[in-house]
Design a protein. Structure first.
Length: 403
């Protein structure tokens, strides 16, 4: 778990209602919200507003009284700030993009914006890396990472959600000698670069490992834990599918000095212990929790997440013991889902667009509520702030009240 002291270096002073980056304040899928209403009416939680969404799978983020939404409209990538309560537009920043998805899936951005240091940092699939002022949308700086570092766009373009640590913005760029690059948050200039690793679709997390601050990446090669101030390597561990036609997309989960990684494509899950400069396997297999692109959450001593691939067969929801990898229960054919741990339980937003409330318990799957919220495909992670859930599918961004 991210230490309280180190977490203060990673993000600005936040309100309890903020959800400023992918998977929440600590990038672990946890919300501090309490006293939410789980007694939903027949047609589900109250819809507060909705608006048309452009292309892309970037999740919404919220900080400083603004909801930031990153999507593609026509030939422009658009960073949009909205009033979270009403959906009213507050400002808009856009720029032209020439990105074309080679597989004709979606030409929009996949990297979730990050709000920190009174700025919004975005990364488009064609490598357009921008910073705009949170208050006004004014451009602070911009550069193109694929061009600057001669990095390959991969199967689906650049998709690493930027990580802000102590005034630096860290990205898995994927260039030779510039696998991971740190930029000054104020002007976008390079501070350091490290590794030759290609870029994955996973986003990094900030953590303490064996008492030292670390930026924990799952690159195309595997685990890379780096000193966020210098780029010095702290820990590494090879972890990638043998099949080149594959992705690694789940965010690493860190608890104390242990790191959980997961991927599909006959790769599976692995729990690692990182101490005194060495990495040791605690357990590893392909039968426990193999997530294609969503990130599990850890609640207590257990992991909850999706096992399987959406594109080749059934996917299941599972509860797994953290320390051993033992499967405690499986809900068959639940579908791919992004999860938020909140108010003593779990919220699951499935790829089919259903919102499900269930218990976070190893004693068996216990569903408390379910409603059709969006339509298939719903692939972006949801955000939860001030009792409101924000989510998007392929056409619409919505806000529903959970109070």
């Amino acid at each position: 778990m991210v230490s309280r002291v180190f977490a203060l270096l990673c993000v600005p002073a936040l309100l309890a209602a903020d959800w400023p980056q992918l998977h929440g304040p600590a990038r672990d899928g946890h919300s501090t919200e309490t006293k939410l209403n789980w007694d939903w009416p027949k047609d589900g939680p109250k819809l507060l507003w909705k608006l048309d969404a452009g292309k892309g799978w970037a999740a919404p983020v919220i900080a400083g009284g603004k909801l930031v939404f990153f999507h593609r409209v026509g030939d422009d990538e658009v960073v949009l700030a909205l009033d979270p309560a009403t959906g009213k537009e507050l400002w808009k920043h856009s720029y032209a993009t020439k990105y074309v998805d080679d597989f004709n899936f979606d030409n929009g951005p996949r990297a979730t914006p990050t709000i920190a240091a009174n700025a919004v940092f975005t990364l488009g699939p064609n490598g357009d890396f921008t910073a705009v002022e949170l208050a006004t949308g004014k451009k602070l700086w911009a550069r193109n990472l694929l061009a600057d570092y001669k990095a390959d766009k991969g199967f689906f373009g650049a998709a690493c959600s930027p990580l802000v640590v102590a005034g630096k913005v860290l990205v898995n760029v994927g260039g030779k000698g510039a696998g991971v690059v740190a930029f000054d948050a104020t002007d976008g200039k390079e501070v350091w670069k490290a590794t030759d690793d290609g870029a994955s679709y996973s986003s990094p997390v900030a953590a303490d490992l064996d008492g030292k601050p670390a930026a924990v990446f799952l690159t195309r090669r595997g685990l890379r834990a780096l000193d966020p101030l210098t780029g010095k390597s702290l820990y590494d561990f090879p972890f990638r599918p043998r099949d080149n036609a594959s992705v690694q997309a789940a965010t690493p989960l860190v608890w104390k000095d242990e790191i959980f990684l997961t991927a599909s494509y006959a790769t599976g899950g692995v729990l690692l212990s990182a101490k005194k400069g060495a990495v040791e396997e605690v357990w590893a297999n392909d039968k426990t929790l193999s997530s294609q692109y969503t990130t599990p959450v850890r609640v207590g001593d257990y992991l909850y997440g999706t096992h399987g691939r959406a594109d080749t067969g059934a996917t299941h929801l599972r509860c797994v013991e953290w320390k051993s990898g033992a499967v405690k229960w499986t809900e068959q054919r639940f579908g791919v889902a992004s999860l938020i741990a909140v108010d003593g339980g779990l919220l699951a937003l499935t790829e089919s667009g259903e919102l499900v409330r269930l218990d976070a318990s190893p004693d068996g799957y216990k569903e408390r509520a379910r409603t059709a919220l969006l339509t298939k495909p719903t692939r972006a992670a949801a955000a939860l702030a001030d009792g409101k859930l924000f989510a998007r599918d392929g056409k619409t961004l919505i806000c529903v009240s959970l109070k």
